[in-house]
Design a binder for this molecule. Structure first.
Ligand SMILES: [Zn+2]
Length: 129
């Protein structure tokens, strides 16, 4: 079972914002908790011609703005309440922020969570650790 409190924060962050030319934002929201216990949130931005950012990236930017890099757990929720696993780019981004983030607990669906190192088992950058 995915931790309910972080899920609830992400779900409450979901919103539907219509943008120019069928663009939209907020239909996916992310909540992450750092090792200090602070929760940061973010929403996706999706505009035509594939420009946009994931909700995870927005939450990570908010976390970095506050000087933190170590993510304890993270969850992203679609507007229908389903949990979305982070895309490959976001998985890699989380891993590049801090060595300890290999232990980040990632919700991958409404019933399962795994560590980031389980999602990225064979690191391409071990040489630089
Ligand atoms: Zn992503």
């Amino acid at each position: 079972m995915v931790t309910k409190d972080l899920y609830d924060i992400a779900l409450c962050t979901v919103k539907n914002i219509n943008l120019k030319k069928n663009g939209k934002a907020g239909h996916v929201a992310c909540a992450l908790e750092t090792v200090s216990g602070i929760v940061y949130t973010g929403i996706c931005i999706d505009v035509p011609c594939s420009i946009g950012i994931c909700a995870e990236q927005a939450a990570i930017a908010e976390m970095l703005k506050h000087g933190e890099t170590k993510i304890k757990r993270i969850v992203s929720v679609y507007e229908d309440g389903s949990i979305l696993s982070p895309c490959g780019r976001c998985r890699e981004l989380i891993s590049q922020l801090d060595l300890d983030n290999e232990n980040t607990v990632v919700a991958i669906n409404n019933d399962q969570k795994v560590t980031l190192k389980e999602l990225l088992p064979e690191r391409w950058d071990k040489k630089w650790d």
